[in-house]
Design a protein around this ligand. Structure first.
Ligand code: TRP
Length: 337
């Protein structure tokens, strides 16, 4: 079993990233069976597919590395690195570009969404982004890839590429690539905006009040929770009573995730309470979970040399794991090395 996943170092980390993705990574790491391995990387090479600011990317990469460690990714147990320090990702992408089909990439919904009406002006990297993502996981013979629902299509593409490459260039008993399975976190981890229960909590929302950042102070967290949009109704006794109340559902979902409970259990315990009573409890629980992460994050960012060393060590280990598969791919394609 080998788990591989990546996250783009663009912008601030917030509660949605933590509960939706990072906490799952930490749990997988902590519950890993004997002999299994996790690789987590910062997808800085993916970040140039959209207009970007180099200084912000540099700062964002170090901040994200610090945030992941602060959240519990242990660089001694998991391999933590950034893509740009492992050139094998780019090399394998080029090799896979021979196998990926234009038609497959044209059907990727993320490309259609992000390029919008300006397809001609979109970068080539935005179009071939899913091939780099395939290289990211195939390079390490990943068996499992934890991703959000929105990345499932990219994972299916990685499987299609692996399958076609194996069919075209390898013998049946010695495939070059392993077909990875996606792991989609439970729906309960979908955290929505505090201002609009129908929009995902997002770093690109112009209103900072819409999200809890991992760097928010306790006061800011309390203020954001108290100002979160809700309705005047009290909490129902079961989840059916939250139908048509997306903001109420979101706050209960967050509370359930933070207390390792379920929406139904939280409702059973708080039935009849209004948000005047529920919000302070939620705020306190949030502060309890986030305060140690924020403190550790600040500490890690204060020692840039140590943080750089963590990434350098992770990249060393990643390159060692990547080399054999890359060589097999070159060889299967008939390249003289
Ligand atoms: N595309 C992913 C996202 O935006 C990030 C990513 C890049 C990734 N490479 C990956 C995720 C490989 C899983 C595996 O969320």
């Amino acid at each position: 079993m080998r788990i591989v996943s990546g996250i783009q170092p663009t912008g601030q980390l917030h509660l949605g990233n933590y509960l939706g993705a990072i906490r799952n990574w930490v749990r997988m790491q902590d519950e890993l069976p004997e002999g299994a391995e996790c690789l987590f990387f910062l997808a800085d090479m993916h970040a140039i597919s959209m207009p970007h600011d180099p200084a912000a990317l540099r700062a964002g990469t170090l901040e994200l590395a610090a945030a992941l460690v602060a959240c519990g990714i242990d660089p001694a147990r998991s391999i933590l690195f950034n893509q740009a320090q492992v050139p094998q990702h780019a090399e394998l992408q080029w090799l896979l570009n021979g196998t990926a089909r234009m038609g497959w990439l044209s059907r990727m919904t993320q490309f259609k969404d992000k390029s919008g009406k300006n397809r001609e002006g979109a970068s080539v990297a935005l179009f071939t982004y899913p091939v780099l993502q395939a290289a990211d996981v195939l390079l390490y013979q990943a068996t499992h890839v934890p991703v959000g629902e929105d990345q499932k299509q990219h994972l299916e593409l990685a499987r299609d590429i692996a399958q076609k490459f194996n069919n075209d260039f390898a013998s049946e008993d010695a495939p070059v690539f392993t077909l990875p399975d996606p792991i989609i976190p439970p729906a309960a981890a979908r955290i929505m905006s505090l201002r609009d229960g129908s929009a995902k909590m997002s770093k690109s929302d112009p209103s900072d009040m819409s999200r809890i950042n991992l760097t928010d102070s306790a006061d800011e967290v309390m203020k954001k929770v108290k100002k979160a949009k809700t309705d005047p109704e009290p909490l129902p006794a079961e989840s059916a009573g939250l139908a048509g109340r997306p903001e109420a559902l979101n706050l209960v979902t967050i509370y359930a995730a933070l207390t390792d409970s379920s929406v139904d259990r939280v409702l059973a315990e708080h039935a009849g309470q209004g948000f005047g009573a529920f919000k302070p409890k939620l705020g306190e629980r949030l502060v309890e979970v986030l305060a140690p992460i924020t403190a550790r994050f600040t500490q890690l960012l204060d020692d840039r040399a140590a943080l750089g060393q963590v990434l350098a060590d992770g990249a060393d280990r990643a390159r060692d794991l990547a080399r054999p598969t890359l060589e097999q791919a070159y060889s299967a394609l008939g390249m003289v090395r």
